[in-house]
Write a protein that binds this ligand. Structure first.
Ligand code: SAM
Length: 247
């Protein structure tokens, strides 16, 4: 790890050189009882706006810990502006999806209700906790925004017309992904969205509406049928390679 700071924590408070930061009770427990860190030990903090800061533990007990900010070690860097809209899947896999999408640099995680979505509610706190942990581990300086579970029609009604929405259409009717991503508009934009259907796939009328929208680009992810979480991660990774921050 750069500058030897193994531990990174996301905090919600401002980070500037005048401040001391009080971490949450759960973070205090983690520092003291899991990592066995105490006064004088150092770690990295980030809040999604002020870059990364070296901080030194001033005091730590079971319920609280106060850290003094020492110096900024990295300037703020944002991820590409990628929104992942996905039909929620079963618990373990949605945790996995939240973690891996965060590592891949997704900026917004947006669970969507489609006709065949089998899950009718999503634990957003869990989703956010998985995303924060993945952001801490993957050296990100931001955490993804986790949005409320929303009906597909309402997501589409609210969708910004200038943000391309790449539809992963399992009927293979869409353009091959590599071809679609080589198209100038898609390869030059830093702003994009992806929509992935549920285990049971999109309903016909959902595909009809999606295909009819000017901002939607239907794509195929090859001849095999991918599980929803596989499709989500594959399409984000491909976009990062062709148009994102992996180039
Ligand atoms: N109905 C099938 C099933 O029950 O397995 C397919 C649904 S698939 C598991 C879930 C989602 O992954 C699809 O709605 C689609 O968004 C995406 N997907 C899977 N394979 C795909 C492919 N070859 N091309 C495009 N999208 C794919």
């Amino acid at each position: 790890m750069k500058d030897g700071l193994e531990t990174r924590l996301h905090v919600a408070t401002p980070l500037d050189d005048a401040a001391t930061v009080a971490v949450t009770e759960a973070q205090a427990h983690y520092l003291r009882n899991v990592l066995r860190l105490g006064p004088g030990d150092e770690l990295a903090l980030f809040n999604g706006r002020d870059g990364e800061w070296r901080a030194r533990i001033e005091s730590a007990d079971k319920k609280a810990a106060t850290l003094a900010l020492v110096e900024q070690t990295r300037p703020q860097r944002n991820e590409p502006d990628v929104w992942l809209v996905f039909a929620p899947i079963k618990r373990a896999r949605i945790d996995f999806l939240a973690q891996k999408a965060t590592e891949l640099g997704v900026a917004v995680l947006w669970p969507v209700m489609t006709r065949r979505t089998i899950v009718d509610r999503v634990n957003l706190d869990r989703l956010a906790a998985n995303a924060i942990e993945a952001a801490e581990q993957s050296d990100r300086l931001t955490i993804p925004e986790v949005r409320e579970l929303e009906k597909l029609d309402l997501v589409l009604d609210a969708w910004p017309a200038d943000r391309p929405l790449i539809l992963c259409d399992e009927t293979h009717a869409g353009q091959p992904l590599a071809e679609a991503l080589s198209d100038d508009h898609l390869s030059s934009t830093n702003t994009v969205g992806f929509v992935i259907g549920p285990e049971g796939g999109f309903a016909e009328e959902e595909l009809d509406r999606l295909w009819s929208l000017a901002f939607v680009k239907p794509v195929s992810l090859g001849p095999r049928l991918l599980r929803a979480d596989t499709a989500a991660l594959a399409v984000v990774a491909a976009w990062q390679t062709m148009a994102g921050d992996w180039r």
